[in-house]
Design a protein around this ligand. Structure first.
Ligand SMILES: O=P(O)(O)OC[C@H]1O[C@@H](O)[C@H](O)[C@@H](O)[C@@H]1O
Length: 244
């Protein structure tokens, strides 16, 4: 749905756009969402009496967060406590990391078999910003970000990439903290106040609102425009072509 505020986005006021990936550039938020649902639904079969996993849980506890933080956050909502384990854990084990790895196997299967096509409106905005001289960075919690970008043919479109791998290697706190977006602006050489955050996840707009960014744009792919605004989006659109 068109948002009246979107008309007020004047790209002359900004020098950088910091894009989330899943749900902003590519429709892979849905792939993540389905993979999480499959994993948590199976897992809860072994926990009778615990409320089933729903799409609302995805948006409230998992969406946009680093892999194992999403697992821990959902388990906490159900009062289930598991050992943290280690990222090298076998997906069949009963640890936070193993559950994240189990979900990642489902995600990877879909990526391999179905491939990825970027949202056409998002590619148009990337083209438009490049022509205007506005720099673009990718800021994703996902450790699959580079694979997804490659599958979508967009590997060379971002001057800076801060993904789940970079954040883990450098110890940069993930969304909803603002640090990954701040690191991207810094590496582009643009002040945060001249940078725009574009996010579809509640944890992502919270990250934008927690920093001193010029503008936080929420992209409503299911979280809900009002919810995104309540958590810090200045503007909400349903497709990035609305920002051309
Ligand atoms: O497990 P990955 O690929 O590192 O992704 C972590 C998170 O990355 C985010 O981009 C997605 O919105 C989440 O759904 C996902 O859980």
């Amino acid at each position: 749905m068109w948002d009246a505020y979107a008309e007020r986005v004047d790209w002359n006021d900004y020098d950088a756009a910091l894009f989330d990936l899943d749900g902003v550039i590519t429709p892979t938020a849905e792939v993540h969402q389905r993979a999480w649902a499959r994993m948590f639904t199976d897992f809860l079969q072994g926990h009778p009496g615990v409320a089933p996993y729903t799409d609302d849980d995805y948006f409230a506890y998992v969406d946009g967060k680093p892999r194992y933080e999403g697992v821990a956050s959902f388990l906490a909502s159900r009062g289930i406590s598991l050992p943290q384990g280690d990222p090298s854990d076998d997906p069949a084990a009963e640890t936070v990391c193993a559950l994240g790895n189990r979900k990642n196997d489902y995600f990877s299967d879909v990526l391999r078999t179905d491939g990825v096509e970027a949202y056409p409106g998002s590619v148009r905005l990337l083209d438009d910003l490049e022509a205007r001289g506005v720099k673009s960075a990718l800021v994703s919690s996902s450790r699959n970000a580079r694979l997804v970008l490659e599958a979508a043919g967009l590997s060379d479109r971002f001057e800076v990439i801060i993904d789940g791998e970079v954040a883990a290697a450098e110890g940069i706190p993930g969304k909803p903290q603002p640090d990954t977006f701040e690191a991207a602006a810094e590496r582009l050489g643009v002040p945060t106040t001249r940078s725009v955050v574009l996010e579809d996840a509640v944890s992502g707009v919270q990250a934008g609102a927690a920093g001193d960014f010029g503008l936080v744009i929420g992209v409503d792919r299911g979280a809900g425009a009002d919810v995104l605004r309540e958590h810090g989006a200045d503007v909400v659109v349903s497709d990035l072509a609305e920002l051309l």
